[in-house]
Design a protein around this ligand. Structure first.
Ligand code: NDP
Length: 243
């Protein structure tokens, strides 16, 4: 796909990986629609992109709410008349041992990481089908392929994203709806800076940069259609100590 003038929605675009995806795709000429809950953070990214001449739009959206997802997609179609790519990136997941995983932690994790993917994808698909097709990129994790300590809710959500993506391909692939999974290991973003989610010091020097995840997203989007790229796994950087 040539990204020039393509319309891309990126959820969780105010921070970390989502903001870098927005910068990278805007630099390729895409019109980027930025979505997250906090408008003040979104506006900073939107202003930065607009200053480069990129076509951009920021809309406050909570991906766990159906009405927000529908309103976002309607606003994009009204403004641009089309919709080519959805990047489902928004997510929130505090680490917790199983006994400490309250129902509230479980629900918040599953809602933002998995239900949000469902709600956003269901909202965009009718418009993509009207256009003859479209692409969904789901930012999953290595936690969607393996189990990790203190991450039962997060792993369940991300494994759910993998099942959802496979089923989406099976159901709508023949109607030209493409779906890719991006599965990074630890990425150096504000995600790790919160008090309840300390930086993983043992992998600090090997962490992936958010720009590298954005490059992977750009790469899958720009490959020829005949290549069926189901997933891209980004492992920790090798260090002289890791061998
Ligand atoms: P950040 O905390 O830096 O950014 C998270 C973004 O998601 C923010 O823009 C936040 O904005 C938004 N967000 C959170 N909840 C919602 C919601 N309910 N509705 C809309 N937007 C929401 O995290 P990262 O950039 O690190 O993570 C982004 C994605 O990458 C997540 O899906 C995560 O699982 C995945 N990932 C991260 C890795 C890492 O090590 N950092 C590794 C592998 C995958 P706001 O709070 O204003 O809504």
């Amino acid at each position: 796909m040539d990204l020039r003038d393509k319309v891309v929605i990126i959820t969780g675009a105010s921070s970390g990986i989502g903001a870098e995806i927005a910068r990278t795709l805007a630099a390729e000429g895409a019109a980027v629609v930025l979505a997250a809950r906090s408008m003040s953070k979104l506006e900073r990214v939107a202003a930065e992109l607009a200053a480069t001449g990129a076509a951009t739009m920021a809309l406050p959206t909570d991906v766990t709410r159906e009405a927000d997802c529908q309103a976002l997609v309607s606003a994009v179609v009204d403004a641009f008349g089309r919709l080519d790519v959805l990047v489902n990136n928004a997510g929130y997941a505090p680490p917790a041992s199983l006994p400490d995983t309250t129902e509230a932690i479980w629900d918040a994790t599953i809602d933002s990481c998995l239900k949000g993917v469902f709600l956003m994808t269901r909202a965009v698909v009718p418009h993509m089908l009207q256009n003859g097709g479209g692409t969904v990129v789901n930012i999953s994790s290595v936690a969607g392929k393996a189990g990790f300590e203190n991450r039962t809710a997060y792993c369940a959500a991300k494994w759910g994203v993998h099942g959802f993506t496979e089923a989406l391909r099976a159901e709508l692939g023949r109607q030209n709806i493409r779906a890719h999974l991006i599965c990074p290991a630890a990425v150096a973003t504000p995600w790790w800076d919160t008090a309840n989610n300390p930086q993983p010091l043992d992998v600090l020097d090997k962490m992936i940069k958010p720009e590298e995840v954005a490059e992977a997203v750009c790469w899958v989007l720009t490959q020829p259609d005949r290549l069926q790229i189901d997933e891209v796994v980004l492992k920790l950087h090798r260090s002289p100590w890791a061998g």
